[in-house]
Design a protein around this ligand. Structure first.
Ligand code: FE2
Ligand code: FE2
Length: 423
């Protein structure tokens, strides 16, 4: 690159029919002008003209606009510029439309939006684009060779779910064909986590009770560990990652602010450390070095991974799940699960929930001193959240960790009893 050949600034397009609102954006984001090329369009048609002249990295659009509304605009952007990140910023009255917007928007923000939150959301969108474009990850894990392809069950369940009329029977059949997986799923659904009053003995009723998406992400988590292990068995530390991921998922689904988001929170919690499994199985040497370095210096594992590998497990996991076409909010939460700094922004969306749940899971499991991932300031973020959240979340984490320990104890007891009966 020659000195004059600076990389272009990311381009952000704001769309709103009210001139005062566009002026508001211009004012509050004035300080970001040197980082972002900001453009403003008074409506859908004008926005499309600007995009045709020069595509944007991120579009932030109002919903209700005369002529072409936000939904139609974003649907067109999705079709013509699928790589552009699409954010809806709309009034409370349009809350009903939020679910419709989720088909075309990556994120939905409510007006009035705190400038810090808007800035954080745009920054994160840009960072995620960089992670998913895979430059750093590809460079770093060039030695990995072929990444695992989408696990079979997940692929088949997703294909079946594309048909809105699909019957639960058919979904159950797909899981049942894989006997080992069906057994694991049933074991998990019957664990105390689901708190079911009666024992579930079929995959069909497991889908009814747990929800099809929870089932789908559960199989994906188990399949990933199985496939990465291959004939050699699961990679080193896989069991600990799984235990920690399940605890994170359990905490995340309880601290998520929007009850409708519990399923995604659970899935993101389950998958947040998937990158660790990839690194442990494909690059055991350098990954082991990073773990040792983190342990010796009581530093964050992700930081040591970046130092040794050039990318961390959050980026690798998000990259892989992005390739596999997992929902964007889940991929985003995986990418940023070490960014508990963002708790201070007051934003409580999925990435923030997963970042908090991850830390709470480590703390509640009493790993603070022992784990290689322990940073000296591990609890500093707790001071930055509201006192109400702090109290509620730590007690949720303690309760979930307690019941996870009891289940592990029961499982161990049962195994010992079985072993004891053997001749
Ligand atoms: Fe992590
Ligand atoms: Fe984690």
């Amino acid at each position: 690159m020659t000195p004059g050949d600076r990389p272009a600034r990311p381009r952000i397009l704001f769309v709103d029919d009210e001139a005062a609102i566009l002026d508001g954006y211009r004012n509050v984001l004035r300080a970001d002008r040197h980082r972002w090329e900001q453009r403003f369009a008074p409506g859908g048609a004008a926005a499309l003209d600007l995009l045709a002249a020069a595509p944007a990295d991120v579009v932030v659009s109002d919903m209700r606009m005369p002529g072409m509304d936000g939904l139609e605009l974003l649907a067109r952007v999705q079709e013509r510029w699928p790589d552009t990140t699409r954010i809806v910023l709309s009034g409370f009255a349009d809350l009903q439309a939020a679910s419709r917007a989720s088909a075309v928007a990556h994120q939905y923000l409510m007006k009035p939006c705190d400038p810090e939150v808007l800035r954080a959301v745009i920054d994160r969108a840009l960072e995620l684009r960089a992670v998913l474009s895979g430059e750093a990850v590809r460079r770093a894990v060039g030695t990995i060779g072929a990444l695992p392809t989408v696990p079979r069950l997940y692929r088949e369940l997703s294909a079946a779910l594309a048909d809105p009329e699909v019957e639960i029977r058919r979904l159950a059949r797909i899981v049942e064909e894989d006997v080992g997986m069906a057994t694991r799923v049933l074991q998990f659904v019957n664990s105390a986590y689901f708190g079911l009053a009666r024992r579930v003995t079929s995959i069909e009723s497991a889908i009814v009770y747990a929800g099809v998406n929870t089932l789908r992400h559960l199989t994906l988590t188990f399949e990933l560990a199985r496939e990465l292990g291959g004939a050699a068995g699961p990679p080193a530390g896989a069991e600990a990652v799984e235990r920690h991921s399940i605890l994170t998922a359990r905490i995340a689904r309880r601290i998520v602010a929007d009850p409708g988001g519990a399923e995604a929170a659970f899935a993101a919690g389950l998958l947040h450390d998937a990158g660790k499994l990839v690194l442990a199985s494909r690059l055991p040497g350098p990954f082991g070095e990073a773990v040792a370095l983190a342990g010796r210096g009581r530093r964050q594992l992700a930081e040591c991974e970046r130092e040794i590998l050039g990318a961390d497990h959050a980026q690798v996991g998000a990259y892989l799940l992005g390739l596999w076409g997992l929902p964007r909010p889940i991929v985003e939460a995986v990418a940023f699960h070490h960014d508990e700094e963002r708790l201070a922004s007051g934003l409580l969306d999925l990435p923030v929930v997963i970042a908090a749940a991850n830390q709470l899971a480590h703390l509640a499991a009493g790993e603070e001193a022992a784990t290689a991932a322990a940073a000296p300031d591990r609890t500093a973020w707790l001071d930055r959240i509201s006192a109400d959240h702090r109290t509620a979340w730590t007690s949720i984490a303690a309760a979930e960790a307690g019941s996870a320990r009891r289940q592990a104890g029961e499982g161990e007891g049962a195994r010992r009893a079985m072993a004891g009966t053997r001749p």
